[in-house]
Design a protein around this ligand. Structure first.
Ligand code: GTP
Length: 603
């Protein structure tokens, strides 16, 4: 059987409750990292992660800790906290026997604390609740421990109190991990089954696969098969992160966690969640639970300024090699020329890809407004078949005479809010076509509200609105539950008399008029005055529902600068008004980046 002195666990938490800091502190506590390196937040290695202070990709590190005179190998896996990266959390959990659930002693239980707990319970993990940031003056560890018991059902006395800042409680936590988490199970003599729970691309070494051996044995030189991908590779190096990569000549056995290098050139060749087996001694079945992560949000990228289509193609291709989680395909628009339609796990993911393209690929982009996927049921064709097509772009919607119904993705959302904001949050959800599903107490002053909402209504600015209503104290978690038919219509936007496909959108009929008028106002703010008058119109099925006019530049009038006041909007918009090169000429009208994002402003 597997080595009884291994503990595989992960750290889960709501964003900013201190996962990465605590993980670093544990590296220090076990001597795997000195104090100076700790400054750099070893586990958050990507630049953008460090700048934004968030964990994007999970990391796995092996350390040693002695408890009761016995040396244990602790393999810990840092997981992303943001809702976009739920799938990676699930994969990381599947590689573990235990989870440390971190709760901020000043904030208490939040939406992702609850969501992550459910996932850990689903994965049958043993849990250690950790109350962190106890050094802060406003920390209320005892009260938070009671909340952990009341809300999460974990005994208050099981909570370990830590300060990832001072290091207090970290040694005790390491002891508890050895004592309370179970050793790995698994058969060493069985055929190899190893779970791929993450993969990274390295410029020098190619793809580095993170795996956990569930059954069997794996060694350097083995010919392996990825059961889902149906591809074989030869293992050229096996090792562990300590926290830097250290090759290891011994075979890896059931219970072990490590990395492998096997001549894999691109991340597209690796599916997170896939099972590795030996090519000449295959496991009968793959490990359960692999599913391809589905893109949730789509937008187009077009080259602008000095960037040519080929530059963009090269930049996207390069990025795809080291981030397989977004999708892309060529797209072309009459107005915007040739570009790419890309799919993302969520809005944050989209921001990150856009930023990496510009920063690492040195391209200048115009980006269209993000949309969700719609399922369109067509009316019966001549053979009586009612075809269903998926569209990720309003421009792809067939003529409405051929459309029987349009279905949109729905989510189950849990909002955690101070009791004082409940009325306003309910108003917000209802205004977003939300259906009330329930309400639970979290504590005397906070509640959990459950709503079913269309994904399209919450991806744009729901989070910002929630934060402003609750003065920053509200949090939300959601998961996509399926598609549902709605009264949806396509709205066309005409600039100077011609429809601009890249500005069209799919909206709910009940909101079409107000949304259209608001959008035209925003477009008017964004588009600079020209030498001629520019009419802006919104239309549904050929019927004009709103109009604005951008006056021509008169003799005494100074042209208004485009860009408008977007600084208070999402950070995304802010970045995008940076250069005049982020502009597209459509017909005779120059349309700046901000105009394409005007649709995000729902008023
Ligand atoms: P994501 O990785 O983005 O999900 O966040 P995280 O949970 O890893 O949080 P992170 O470790 O980045 O910590 C968030 C903030 O809290 C940082 O500014 C830390 O310096 C701070 N922080 C973490 N632990 C402690 C603590 O014990 N005490 C104090 N005072 N601050 C802490």
């Amino acid at each position: 059987v597997a080595n009884p002195y291994i503990r595989n666990f992960c750290i889960i938490a709501h964003i900013d409750h201190g996962k990465s800091t605590l993980a670093d502190r544990m590296l220090q506590g076990t001597g795997a990292m000195d104090d100076r390196t700790a400054q750099d937040q070893k586990l958050d290695s990507m630049d953008i992660e460090r700048e934004r202070g968030i964990t994007i990709k999970a990391a796995a590190v092996s350390v040693e800790h002695t408890w009761n005179g016995q040396t244990y190998e602790l393999n810990f896996i840092d997981t992303p906290g943001h809702v976009d990266f739920h799938y990676e959390v699930s994969r990381a959990l599947a590689a573990c026997e235990g989870a440390c659930l971190i709760v901020d002693a000043t904030q208490g239980v939040e939406a992702q604390t609850v969501a992550n707990l459910y996932k850990a319970v689903d994965a049958d993990l043993e849990l250690i609740p950790v109350i962190n940031k106890i050094d802060l003056p406003s920390a209320e560890p005892e009260r938070r421990a009671m909340q952990v018991e009341d809300v999460l059902g974990l005994p208050a006395e099981d909570c370990i109190l830590t300060s990832a800042k001072s290091g207090q409680g970290v040694a005790e936590l390491l002891d508890a991990i050895c004592e309370r988490f179970p050793p790995p199970e698994g058969e060493i003599e069985a055929p190899l089954q190893a779970l791929i729970f993450d993969a990274k691309y390295d410029d020098y070494r190619g793809v580095i696969v993170y795996f956990r051996v569930m059954n069997g044995r794996l060694k350097k030189g083995d010919r392996i098969l990825f059961m889902g991908k149906k591809r074989t590779h030869q293992v050229t190096e096996l090792g562990k992160f300590k926290p830097d990569m250290e090759p290891n000549a011994d075979p890896f056995e059931a219970g072990d966690v490590g990395y492998m290098i096997a001549g894999i050139k691109t991340l597209e060749d690796v599916n997170i969640g896939d099972t590795i087996t030996l090519d000449n001694h295959r496991a009968a079945t793959a490990l359960p639970g692999y599913e391809e992560p589905q893109p949730m949000v789509y937008c187009d990228f077009y080259p602008s300024g000095d960037t040519m289509f080929d530059d963009l193609r090269e930049a996207i291709g390069k990025l795809k090699v080291n981030d397989a989680s977004f999708t892309y395909e060529p797209s072309s628009s009459e107005a915007l020329g040739s570009g790419f339609r890309c799919g993302f796990l969520g809005m944050l993911h989209m921001d990150i890809i856009q930023e990496r393209l510009e920063r690492e690929g040195h391209v200048s982009l115009v980006q269209t407004a993000p949309t969700v996927t719609y399922e369109v049921q067509l009316t019966a064709n001549k053979d009586g078949v009612q075809e269903v097509i998926q569209i990720t772009n309003p421009a792809e919607l067939p003529d409405m005479s051929r459309v029987k119904s349009i279905r949109e993705p729905m989510v189950a959302a849990e909002v955690i809010t101070p009791t004082t904001s409940i009325g306003d949050i309910m108003k917000l959800c209802e205004n977003r076509r939300g259906v009330y599903r329930g309400q639970r107490f979290l504590s005397e002053d906070r509640q959990i509200l459950e709503y079913e909402l269309p994904l399209a209504e919450i991806i744009y600015d729901f989070f910002d609105k929630l934060k402003s209503i609750t003065s920053g104290y509200g949090t939300v978690d959601y998961r996509v539950t399926g598609f549902q038919a709605g009264e949806l219509v396509k709205m066309d936007i005409l600039v100077n008399g011609s429809p601009v496909e890249a500005l069209s959108l799919i909206v709910h009929r009940s909101k079409a008029e107000s949304r259209g008028r608001h959008l035209l106002k925003k477009l008017k703010e964004q588009i600079d005055r020209h030498l001629f008058e520019i009419p802006l119109q919104a239309a549904i099925g050929g019927k004009i529902i709103g109009r604005e006019t951008i006056k021509s530049v008169g003799k005494n009038v100074t042209a208004k600068c485009y860009g408008g006041d977007v600084s208070r909007k999402r950070k995304l918009l802010e970045k995008q008004k940076k250069g005049k090169d982020r502009m597209k000429r459509i017909g005779t009208v120059d349309i700046p980046q901000g105009a394409f994002m005007a649709v995000l402003d729902t008023g």
